[in-house]
Design a protein. Sequence first.
Length: 369
Amino acid sequence: MCEAIGILFGNSRIDGLQGLAEKRPIEALPFGRYRLLDFALSSMVNSGIRTIGLITPYHNRTMLSHIGAGKAWFLERKAGGLFILPETIYGLVGRKEQFFLKDLALNIEYLQRDQAENVVISSCNQVFNINYHEVLDYHEDKNADITLVYKKFDTPNRKNSQTHLIMDEKQRVINFNDYDELENSPLNFINMLIIRRQILLDIINEYQEQEGFDLLDAITIKLKSLKIYGYSFQGYIGIIQSVQDYYQCSMDILDTKIREKLFLGLDRIHTKLLDNPPTCHGEHAKVRNSLIASGCMIEGKVENSVISRGVIIEPEAQVINCIIMSKCWIRAQTILNHVILDKLVEVGEGRVLQGNSENPMVVLKRAKI
């Protein structure tokens, strides 16, 4: 594998989470016992990338509390390691760029001080497990300037990506397309790319004064002058842009085949370690097709649900098709169906909360019902 450093964009502006990302970046949103950023960060670490810059948003307390100095990802080291990079405050409200060029310009010293040949760039609002060894080998075999990672979905779907690749028979990217112009199943760019470090520095210097400019805007301009190729990712990826995406992706991991691809291969997803006791299942507990993290007390019925750490479910409570974040307390005889509970929610005895698969009910952090 050729030498590379990483940049993670942990400051996306997504407002379709119904308050779940109001006081935390979406990248720090809990996902079972993980956080969303764990998947992008672990993929880089598992690929041998030991110098990683994480661009954080202005409300970064939750994210920084989770990652610390990067010890859980083996990034607490003297050479390289994890670098916390600030974002620019320009265009903070309503900003839609994925890889904002001014964020890269603000942190250009991070790119200048390292002599790595390539830079791996990724967003963190996705659930996936990729080893960049193969992508970097492909990048070198093609002698590419830029390699864009894409996923071909079975059917066109607007939510999968706003950027779709058009390639020739040699896998060279010749154009981008938007959803409204698609005729066939799209090749969705999944917000992961490899770029030569010097080319990235040149792009930053050339376009950093452009207002509202994204790295992909610059790549679009450079399509004819640079060798830009697409790499097909064959694994599972869940792109989180809304509550519906978050709910569906959480339900997806109840599928054993998807769970094996994400969690049970050689490349494991790392996260912050907590010294919790094992989950205790009461005498009358009934659990079916669910993922339950450590430190829970389960005395009721849990079915088709994802339960985070430290959750208490009292006797005769029913939790069905739900996502329950850490340290929630569900009292006796409560019925929850298609519900997302944020952290530290307490649901009183005998309450009934009902959503559906298309519109799950969301209860925000520390609420008492």
